[in-house]
Structure formats: C-alpha cells, structure tokens
Design a protein around this ligand. Structure first.
Ligand SMILES: [Zn+2]
Length: 508
C-alpha cells in the first residue's frame, strides 16, 4: 500500500474527517497499518487492522469499528514514546560517526519534513531538533515538545538515516539535566559565561597575582608541565604550523579557561553517569559567543587540558575571525578566515578527531566551499533562523496582508530586539513596504537588512498580543504555514539543499 489513491480508498469507510494523508508514513508492522493523516482537528496517527490487535496495540486513541478497525491517535507525549519503541529510527541518536552533520533546528515545529527532504539528498546527517533555552522561551516550547515534533516528522517522511537532537547553548547543570530528560542525543555546552574575558587584556603584573590567587598549586604544576618548553607541531602540505607557550601565555589561558574547564568536566561527568554509556550523547563545546575570535593557540590549550582530565568532546565551536551575523553572508577577510579555520581543523584532528562546529552557519555562502574543503573530515554546521525566514517568505508569497502587518510590527520593535543580537541592520536601506505591490514582497527576504529585521524579531512577532490579550499573528501565521505546508517544505528543501550543495557535497 503506497499510492495515495489506494490509501484514500482504504480509509474511506471510516467516519473520520480526513483532509490529507501523508503517504510516506504508511507502513505495516505485525499485520497492522500505521500512518499519519490530517483531520480538521490536527495531524493524527491512525492504526488500522483487525479489531483485536488494534485494541491490543499500545497507542492511545479512539476506535471506530467497521469490517476492520481504525484507531485515531493524538501525537501526544505518551504516543511519542510508543512511536519511538515501535519505530526506533524515530528516536534521536548520536551522529558522532558521521563526519558531516547539519543542525536544522525547527524553531516552529513544522519545518522538519522540508529539512529531511533536503538533507537526505546528500551524504550528511541532520540534527533536526536543536533548540536553545532562549529559543524555547521565545517560541513557548519545551525541549520535550521539540524532540516529539521531530520524531513525528521523521515518521511522516519515513526517514531512517538517523537524526540528532541538540540541547543547544546550555549554560547550567539544570539546563543540561532538562535537555537530557527530554531525550536529546546531543548537548552543546555554552562556556561564554564561564570565561574570564579580562585574562587577555589585563597587564602582566595583574595576571601573575590573579594566577597565584585563582589557580591552585597542583593544577599550576600540571599546566606548566603540559605546556612549558614544548613545541606543538602540526603537519600541513607545505611545511608546518608550530605553537609555543611561554609562562605568560600559560597563565593567561589558564585564567581565561579555568572555570570553563571545571564546568565542562562537571557536565561531562554528569552526562556520562546519566546515560550510563557516554557514547549515546554527543558533546559539543561552544565558545562562539565571546567578544573576540578564538585564537587557535587557546583552542589548543583548552583541548589539551580537557584531554588531560579525560574529557572527550565531539565538536567545538570557536568564534571565527570576521562576522557571522544571523541570516546573512559572512563579512570579513576570506583568506584570514580560511587560515584560522585550517588551524582549528588541524588541532581538532590531532587532539581527539572532533568536528569543528560553525554556529550562525546559515546563509554563509561565500565561506561554504572553503568549509567543505578544509573540514571535510569533521564538520557540524548549525542553522536555525534561516528556516524562520523561509517561513516569512512563504507568508510574503501566499498571505501578503499578514506579511504586511508582521513587517510593520517588526519595524516598530526593531530597536528593542536589536539589543539582544549583534547585527548591523540599517533600516534606511529597507525598501518602503507601503510602496511595494504584493508580488514584490518576497524580495524582502533577499535583502540583508530586511532579512535581519525579520530574523531578530521572530520572538516578538510570535508573541505579539492585541489589546484583548489574544495573539496578534501567531494563529494566522501557523494556519498559513499549515495550509501551504508542502510549499513551505519545498522552499526549505531548496534553501537547505543550497547550503549542502555549496559545501561541495555530492548530491544524490
Ligand atoms: Zn552559537
């Protein structure tokens, strides 16, 4: 049973208000047929077969009996557990063994089928669920819901390649615990609040004093032993790269990292204990949200100390030279970027063979070819907001009056939103909305300033309230996305596909 007409025929006898079927999801297990449909009340799972086995099946739902029996089930938390048990490929897994991975982070909970359709054409694996605590706050979702939505989308698309779920930018042990409780397969630890940013700016005299105060003697002996008088050599095609530490640079790096390293070790031990087998959880470290680029030398310092403490990581997100602003292309010197990236890659290969992770990775089309070439042995590319922008493109294409309202609102709260992000948006460069015809609206999604405007205001737009306390846009926004979901998925397939294509990955 694969064709859509057959499925419609098959479901016809039952008194369900069928609006749509998702043919790829339909499959038979132990004599029962499972699949996803849409009714006027949302997406549902149906279980069809002989009366007894349908009743005995663990999914919870309401049954209708004809010649055969159908059970119509909500995509609830309880039913998600049944889904993962019966179809193990719907459960997030470690993607450690796959060299190229892409985080597609479905903020809205409706984008994943498009992400899957894009990624499965390439030799890459997707991290379909990928939310930070901040994003969840803006969208009003929890880690658990994020993972559930991804699981059902995987079932809908019958995607059996394996996917990851990332608790992104976690900053405390509680956040790590919450993400693990929700079933993530990846933890991204954000060290930005644990780094001592003064360590590279303070005069040497102060460094000596602080070092004595903050680093205990045993640790200091280990550090000096690990770094002083050693040359760290990396082979490159034409010559080598060499890194040396003097006492001052050991002290500065030690002060910069010591709280971050303790925190990393603590989180690592916690994850290991929790999962019983650490191999189940991919462990990423992010230091990308610092005010200055990560020197390769500091990366080396950090990883050598972690290795010494027995901490194993799967990916590291340094902050790169130049600007990785949200939703627009890379800004900066490409040659410098390439050189630094290469040094980070060499260190990662030699000290644990982990991936280099690129955050705010969407739409960086000028750097993708270099990334693909230099980091082909291990690369994780995180995107998120770009799928929200594709949703706004869909709104601009298919619900122009809603688009206009949202655009006006975004302009009105831009100043407020810009406090949270580093962007160089110039509102004066954005064409005047009132002067454009409907068919010109999608062009806003091709212009950097309006892209950033819509990118950083997403939380405000989703949560905007009218005077009566009702949401201004949320319901109409989701309704349009749902009504035209196939169009949305096509936009995403094209856009995320363009990312993977630019990395130089061979498409299928
Ligand atoms: Zn980041």
């Amino acid at each position: 049973m694969t064709g859509e007409p057959d499925l419609l025929q098959f479901l016809k006898p039952f008194p369900i208000d069928l609006q749509k079927i998702y043919p790829r999801s339909f499959c038979s297990v132990n004599g029962l047929t499972y699949g996803l449909i849409r009714t006027s009340q949302d997406k549902k799972l149906v279980v069809v077969g002989k009366k007894r086995p349908v009743l005995a099946d663990p999914f919870k739902g309401s049954c209708h009996h004809q010649k055969s029996t159908i059970k119509v089930c909500d995509l609830s938390a309880e039913n998600t557990e049944c889904l993962m048990a019966l179809f193990p490929y719907t459960k997030p897994v470690s993607l450690r063994k796959h060299p190229i991975t892409i985080g597609t982070g479905d903020r809205l909970g409706v984008a994943t089928p498009g992400h899957i359709r894009a990624v499965q054409r390439f030799p890459a694996r997707p991290v379909l669920a990928q939310q930070s605590v901040r994003e969840n706050r803006q969208t009003g979702r929890s880690f658990k819901e994020v993972v559930q939505d991804a699981a059902w989308a995987v079932f809908q698309e019958n995607y059996q390649g394996g996917y990851g779920a990332d608790g992104d930018h976690l900053k405390s042990p509680e956040e790590v615990k919450n993400a693990l409780d929700a079933g993530v397969s990846m933890v991204t630890l954000d060290l930005s609040e644990k780094l001592d940013l003064e360590a590279f700016r303070t005069p040497k005299g102060v460094i000596d004093r602080k070092y004595k105060e903050e680093i205990d003697e045993g640790d200091s002996r280990v550090l000096l032993h690990l770094f002083l008088g050693k040359e760290f050599l990396f082979k490159i095609p034409h010559g080598g790269m060499s890194i040396l530490f003097d006492e001052e640079s050991v002290k500065r790096n030690a002060l910069f990292f010591h709280k971050a390293i303790d925190f990393t070790e603590e989180a690592y031990e916690f994850i290991r204990k929790r999962s019983g087998n650490q191999a189940l959880i991919d462990f990423e470290i992010s230091i990308d949200e610092t005010p200055f680029p990560t020197p390769p030398k500091s990366h080396l310092f950090f990883i050598i100390v972690l290795n010494h403490r027995g901490v194993r990581i799967d990916s590291l997100a340094p902050r790169f030279i130049g600007e990785f602003q949200k939703g627009v292309d890379y800004r900066g010197d490409l040659k410098d970027f390439q050189d630094q990236l290469y040094q980070h890659v060499l260190i990662a290969q030699d000290y644990g063979n982990y991936k280099i992770s690129i955050h705010s990775g969407s739409d960086k089309f000028s750097v993708f070819p270099h990334l693909g070439k230099l980091a082909k042995g291990g690369l994780h590319l995180k995107t998120a907001g770009t799928s929200w922008l594709e949703a706004m493109r869909l709104i601009a294409l298919l619900n122009p009056s809603l688009y206009r309202e949202m655009h006006r609102f975004a302009l009105s709260i831009f100043k407020e939103a810009a406090k949270l992000y580093h962007v160089t948006t110039d509102l004066n460069r954005i064409p005047n909305l009132e002067k454009l015809r409907d068919q010109e609206l999608p062009a806003f999604l091709d212009q950097d300033d309006s892209r950033q405007l819509l990118h950083i205001t997403y939380g405000y737009l989703l949560n905007a309230k009218a005077g009566n306390g009702k949401n201004l846009f949320r319901e109409r926004f989701y309704q349009t996305l749902t009504q035209y979901e196939e169009d949305y998925w096509s936009l995403l397939e094209r856009h995320i596909g363009k990312h993977l294509d630019s990395l130089g990955l061979p498409g299928k």
